[in-house]
Design a protein around this ligand. Structure first.
Ligand code: TRP
Length: 446
């Protein structure tokens, strides 16, 4: 089976795939709205510190285990375990990760489906199809179901093609497009009246909020979700990196890209909200805070685009293309986790595994669509606020307390021969051993 494993063919390919996983709705939607409701730049500042001090070390833990074991999370965690009890724990953690990420994908696909619908809507308007256009932006169960299925089919299609022909090829096409669209949109929105108020709200820190525990909790949750941590996504991508690659360097590049794009997205979303306000669109909710939930993307921004006249059609099209691309490069990284497990552990053929697992996740997503009100929030909370931090904690424990230190060093040295005397090796082991687990628990129990 080992011979059949895929591998990224270049550093660029890996960077696009891993940053594609990291950059998603979490960056373009989650980060700016979290920042807006947590004191603007005060949140940005805390987020930057947490991302590099906590999330980056955890990201490295996954990349190193993955490349060492060259296997899915279950097999990889078992490979670094010694003794029956830790091997059992490895099975449990790896498997919980697989289940968690599958549920994350099930709600992610619903939201991504909305993004495709809103992406097609400007086209239908250009073609003068009023009825279709109204249907695409209606929140109907039929529409939501159809687009969930469509989005999952795209995800399954890319994953079926494998690491090189699927993940790497598509991420290398989509991520550069995402960056170009993002820049174009920022430049355009910043020229509009009202944008500067948004820039001020985003960039002038309100440090009175920095000691607020909810800011810390939000910033850490955001950092972990954004870097796709805890569920074996980065582990499996790490397992496809070649042995000549310098892990600390490419890990930091992924973290920088992720944080950089989140910060850039803030330069788009927050000013856009104030432009909307300027154009008479309601941007505050009943409690007086900025609208941050689904309403922001599916009502505030479309209302803004409507006020822009003819240009608005193209802006809407570009914006929802951006959202769709961001979703797709993330969803493939989620589906790869259970698929790699199915292929390596149960000997399934990749295409079959992708179709079977993709179908199961689609069914779960449809169940959520049909029972949206109780289920959606429960699944989001359970996976991202409970399971993901605990799994992140477990990954740190496995690397720092269970895995042998000299084996870790050996792995890092491959591709980075002077690692032992470098800064990374001076700081990181201590970090994942003490700081990360304690910090995760402290924030968790807040
Ligand atoms: N990081 C992505 C985002 O910001 C989402 C994502 C991809 C993810 N893979 C993941 C989240 C694994 C949690 C776990 O939108």
């Amino acid at each position: 089976m080992a011979a059949a494993r895929g591998e990224f063919t270049s550093r660029f390919g890996f960077l696009m795939a891993a940053s594609g996983s990291a950059v998603g709705l979490g960056n373009i939607w989650g980060f700016p709205t979290n920042a807006a409701s947590n004191g603007g730049a005060a949140f940005l500042f805390t987020y930057l510190i947490l991302a590099f001090a906590l999330a980056y070390p955890a990201l490295m833990a996954e990349l190193i285990i993955g490349r060492h074991a060259r296997a899915n999370a279950v097999t990889a965690l078992r490979a670094i375990s010694i003794g029956g009890k830790t091997r059992l724990a490895a099975l449990l953690v790896g498997f919980t990760g697989i289940v968690t990420v599958s549920f994350i994908l099930s709600f992610y696909a619903i939201v991504s489906g909305w993004m495709i619908a809103f992406f097609l809507e400007p086209l239908s308007r250009l073609l003068g199809m009023e009825g279709l256009s109204n249907w695409l932006t209606s929140d109907a169960v039929v529409r939501n179901s159809l687009f969930v299925v469509l989005f999952m089919m795209l995800t399954v299609y890319i994953i079926s093609a494998g690491v090189k022909e699927g993940i790497e090829k598509w991420a290398s096409r989509l991520m550069p497009s995402l960056i170009v669209i993002l820049f174009l949109l920022i430049v355009y929105v910043l020229t509009l009246p009202g944008a500067m108020d948004g820039l001020r709200a985003y960039l002038i820190p309100d440090f009175s909020l920095i000691a607020d525990p909810s800011l810390l909790v939000d910033a850490m949750g955001q950092a972990f979700f954004s870097l796709s941590l805890g569920v074996g996504t980065m582990l499996i991508y790490g397992s496809y990196i070649n042995k000549q690659e310098n892990l600390p360097t490419i890990g930091s590049m992924v973290a920088l890209l992720d944080v950089g794009i989140a910060v850039l997205a803030g330069l788009l979303i927050i000013p856009a909200m104030y432009v909307a306000l300027n154009n008479g669109v309601e941007i505050y909710d009943d409690a007086g805070g900025l609208i941050a939930g689904p309403g922001l993307i599916v009502s505030v921004l479309p209302a803004l685009f409507d006020t822009m006249g003819a240009v608005g059609v193209f802006v809407a099209f570009a914006f929802f293309a951006l959202m769709t691309i961001a979703s797709l490069t993330s969803s493939i990284s989620m589906l790869e986790v259970p698929v790699a497990y199915g292929v390596e552990h149960h000997g399934l053929e990749r295409r079959r595994a992708a179709i079977i697992i993709g179908s199961i996740i689609t069914v779960i997503a449809l169940i959520i669509v049909f029972n949206f009100d109780p289920l959606f929030d429960i699944v989001v909370t359970f996976t991202t606020e409970i399971s993901q931090p605990l799994l992140g904690f477990a990954f740190c424990i496995f690397v720092a307390w269970i895995w042998q230190r000299n084996e870790i060093l050996e792995e890092i040295k491959s591709g980075c021969p002077d690692a032992e005397s470098g800064l990374f090796w001076k700081i990181w082991p201590f970090y994942v051993k003490f700081i990360c687990p304690v910090a995760i628990l402290v924030v968790y129990f807040q």
